[in-house]
Design a protein around this ligand. Structure first.
Ligand code: WTA
Length: 650
């Protein structure tokens, strides 16, 4: 029997009008990039960006891995996303917002222009925010979150969005690391028809010494909140008085646009820095290629603006190309698992982009829900954040896409700014679970870390990108060395360090790329990146915890769940353990947020360590999965511990 995966060819009718119509067109683009890399990117940048002043140099690698793209160029990202559309699209919907309770707002490009300009004036005039200042945004999924981002971009301030599910401690760390002077938040928002709160989290994060001088509060749910006089200001009361005209700040191509904190394998989260021109160029190009959005299309990405997917594919990418982007406040399974499909019907959604976790949940809760709605508008379905498993893929393809839509399994990261490996919906024959090929212009290769050579078919290697690309991370905020070490320290090709994603991958006999998952101690819970070190650091704050090791364990809905092995200082039996679990969970909630709660916690008498004290996580991963431990345990300080732990887990 052949183990060849089935191949799904793009719909012919769709392909006829697609931006990239077949694999020949794909190869032509990729060949052009290979033959004349700077020519390829230079032409794209000239064509796509409305430059205030043209760039003089395409790529400067002289200080690699610190690179400069489009040097000499001047632009403003908010103008790229708004102003340039006003002639032809002023009455077109830029954002369609659907609230949790079904309330809908349509914001045209002209409306967006006014909102963003007013917000920019507010930041500038009333809060003295200047070019280069950091502004933390801690917001629910409401249009004002997008206005806030674009207002920062307009005046050259650097925004750093913190996902609304993070706790006050996590928020405090990010505020302090970025030395933010202003926080933009909301009283809260609605979830499952009930109000929930964000402002109290901000209040807690700002207790004690803080770099934050002012807090701007958008009223969404109109619940009562504490008000600190002289620090907190109401957006709703101030905004109407502001002028709807604010000249965009003239920015250099390499001026920072935003920071976004993400987990690494060690230490605190890193402030991933993205700069202006390269980022916005690739956000726009990938929207056009990967989602194939046309002028009259309505596009919906279900991510939260607190993650990179929300940055690039709810706000910057769609708006840069002049598309209509849907923003959703609620929970996709509320009031039932038909919610997204009723939204597809109501808004006539053409492209739908979500995470495999969401697909698995929607499948489980409402296998035949899609059939109850008119799904005929859909053309492209996307997935992101983790590998998609075959049953989820099949359901997505057959039930949601009615075996008509292309599925784009987009592989990328916070650090890549936009997609790097993905099918093109009108061109690429798709194999389920496969991210397929690098996008044109992206020199992605699976390398053997020992030799720097491309791996053979079927051999697992490191997913690397061997040439700089415009939307790549420009630095880790305040830590040059960490940037170099984290991304350019593992693999060299032809004697030169290359960017390593942290993921393993494999080629099949047709050259298709399948991502096999992280090679480091980062786990992927419901498509969210979580550093095991961060969860361990939180658990260690409990006074009765002596040692802890956290690993990922396959989870049927979340992809991976968090599994913690804990050694207590005093172990007084099971009754206490119930209390300890509660207490530890409370600490995790406080330090990181609910997203980091453990699925499993086991109390063990010791951890498997080498004689030099290194915890052997591979062994712990095997035990968590209930797999036989096949690793060599003879080098352990106490080999008998493995059996003891395994017995506890069973
Ligand atoms: C994983 C999310 C398999 C991967 C955009 C990566 C994926 C991490 C895929 C980045 C995919 C993302 N298939 N794995 N299509 N997309 N990943 O920074 O491990 O939150 O390194 O960015 O998610 O997560 P991040």
């Amino acid at each position: 029997m052949s183990d060849k995966k089935p191949v799904f060819k793009p719909n012919k009718e769709f392909a006829k009008n697609a931006n990239i119509k077949n694999m020949c067109e794909y190869h032509d683009l990729q060949d052009k990039a290979m033959e004349d890399y700077e020519g390829f990117w230079g032409d794209a940048a000239k064509e796509k960006i409305d430059w205030i002043e043209p760039f003089t140099n395409v790529l400067d690698e002289s200080h690699a891995p610190f690179v400069k793209w489009f040097d000499g160029g001047k632009l403003n990202v908010s103008a790229q996303c708004i102003d340039r559309h006003l002639d032809s699209r002023k009455n077109k919907a830029a954002i369609i917002f659907e609230g949790d309770r079904g309330d809908i707002q349509t914001i045209t490009y002209l409306d967006l222009y006014k909102h963003v300009n007013r917000f920019a004036n507010l930041l500038k005039e009333d809060f003295h925010v200047k070019k280069g200042d950091r502004v933390v945004i801690y917001m629910p999924m409401i249009p004002e979150a997008a206005y806030a981002m674009l207002a920062c971009a307009r005046i050259g301030a650097i925004h750093s969005i913190v996902f609304g599910g993070f706790s006050s401690e996590a928020l405090r760390d990010r505020i302090e690391d970025a030395e933010a002077k202003v926080v933009i938040t909301a009283d809260g928002a609605f979830r499952k028809e009930k109000p929930y709160m964000l402002k109290p989290v901000v209040d807690a994060a700002l207790e004690g010494k803080t770099p934050v001088e002012k807090v701007i509060v958008v009223q969404r749910n109109h619940e009562d909140v504490e008000w600190v006089a002289g620090r907190d200001y109401s957006y709703n009361e101030m905004i109407e008085r502001k002028s709807s005209k604010c000249e965009p700040e003239v920015m250099d191509s390499e001026d920072p646009l935003f920071l976004l904190y993400t987990s690494g394998s060690t230490g605190k989260p890193k402030g991933v820095q993205h700069n202006s021109a390269g980022y916005i160029l690739w956000a726009q190009m990938t929207m056009e290629w990967v989602f194939d959005v046309k002028e009259n299309d309505t596009y919906w990405c279900t991510a939260d603006v607190g993650w990179i997917t929300g940055h690039t594919y709810i706000v910057y990418g769609p708006l840069a190309m002049g598309a209509t982007t849907v923003m959703f406040e609620g929970v996709i399974t509320f009031p039932d698992a038909g919610r997204p499909w009723s939204m597809v019907e109501n808004h006539r959604i053409n492209q739908f982009y979500t995470a495999p976790t969401a697909i698995r949940v929607l499948h489980k809760m409402g296998e035949h829900e899609p059939a109850k709605y008119d799904m005929s508008s859909l053309k492209v379905l996307g997935t992101v954040g983790e590998p998609i498993d075959p049953p989820a893929w099949k359901w997505y393809y057959e039930e949601v896409g009615q075996s008509r839509c292309s599925i784009v399994d987009t592989y990328w990261q916070t650090e890549t700014g936009g997609h790097v490996i993905s099918p093109l919906p009108g061109a690429t024959p798709i194999k389920p679970g496969c991210a397929t090929f690098p996008l044109p212009g992206i020199m992605a290769e699976i390398l053997d870390p020992a030799t720097g050579e491309k791996v053979e078919v079927g051999e697992k290697g490191y997913m690397c990108i061997t040439k700089p690309w415009p939307a790549q991370i420009r630095g880790v905020w305040g830590d040059e060395e960490r940037y170099v070490k984290s991304y350019f320290g593992d693999v060299e090709k032809d004697g030169k360090p290359v960017y390593f994603t942290g993921d393993g991958a494999v080629y099949d006999e047709d050259g298709y790329i399948t991502i096999t998952g992280r090679t480091d101690d980062v786990i992927n819970v419901s498509g969210h990146r979580m550093g095991t070190a961060e969860v361990e650091a939180a658990i260690k704050k409990h006074s009765n915890v002596a040692e802890v090791a956290v690993v990922g364990k396959p989870h049927p809905l979340k992809g991976e769940g968090i599994f913690a092995y804990i050694v207590l200082k005093s172990d007084d039996g099971i009754a206490d353990e119930v209390e300890e679990v509660k207490a530890i969970n409370n600490i995790i909630k406080k330090e990181i947020g609910n997203i980091a709660l453990c699925d499993d916690m086991v109390f063990v008498s010791g951890l498997p360590k080498t004689r030099s004290g290194k915890i052997m996580r591979r062994i712990l991963r095997s035990i968590a999965k209930n797999e036989e431990v096949t690793q060599d345990i003879s080098t352990l300080e106490d080999p008998s511990i493995v059996e003891k732990i395994a017995a506890m887990v069973k």
